[in-house]
Ligand binder design. Structure first.
Ligand code: QAP
Ligand code: CO
Length: 199
């Protein structure tokens, strides 16, 4: 097991596309395990191989909070479909075969830490691919799992969630990152504390 470095926007490698995995080799399984370990260590709920600089179509997802992390407000309850899914999800060559409805969620990303914005995506999706053993799998997803799967598949196509915002919002975030870089977690807390309530 090993922790991997997560690339931060605007790293140009986040614009690369993942290549189809022809065969799920032990090396590919090791990569999947390292990505899961990295995702848990960084308190994420999803991670795509592109984010760790590997150009393969592989992503991992787990929306069950690990330890005390309760950032993702799962007290609202999982949907019936979500409860049926065995977590974590490890999927190679994910392909969306069906999309239905629309839903909006305040998304974040381990490659854009500290920034959260509303993104609209399909509410329900069906996805097929290969599991950790190289066997075909199919998922029917809604709720946070559906959103997360679409967000991670975007990474495999060189897309980051801020690309899906209005140009005004996305340019504002890009400019802020260019100018200030990313806030350290301590700075973020301090800023919240001293921020006066504004009307
Ligand atoms: C993608 O994102 C996602 O800013 C996964 O300081 C997010 O795991 C899909 C994270 C929301 C659907 C909804 C972000 C951790 C983790 C941060 C993540 C941060 C620490 C983001
Ligand atoms: Co992301």
């Amino acid at each position: 097991m090993a922790l991997l470095e997560v690339l931060k926007f605007p790293d140009s490698r986040l614009r690369h596309k993942g290549k189809v995995v022809d065969k799920v080799t032990p090396e590919m399984q090791q990569l999947a395990d390292d990505m899961l370990e990295t995702m848990y260590a960084e308190k994420g709920i999803g991670l795509a191989a592109i984010q760790v600089g590997v150009e393969k179509r592989l992503l991992v997802i787990d929306i069950q909070p690990q330890g005390e992390s309760d950032r993702y407000e799962l007290e609202a309850g999982m949907t019936d479909l979500e409860k049926q899914v065995k977590l974590p999800i490890v999927i190679f060559n994910p392909e969306i075969t069906k999309k239905e409805g629309k839903t909006t969620y305040d998304e974040g990303c381990l490659s854009v830490p500290g920034f959260y914005e509303s993104v609209t995506r399909a509410k329900y999706i069906e996805v097929k691919g290969l599991d950790r053993d190289g066997n075909p799998v199919e998922y029917k997803l809604d709720g946070l799992l559906s959103i997360c799967m679409q967000h991670e598949i975007d990474h495999l196509d060189g897309k980051v969630f801020i690309d899906r915002l209005s140009p005004i919002k996305s340019n504002r975030i890009k400019a802020k990152i260019k100018k200030f870089g990313y806030p350290k977690p301590e700075d973020e807390e301090k800023e919240e504390e001293k921020e006066p309530a504004t009307i």
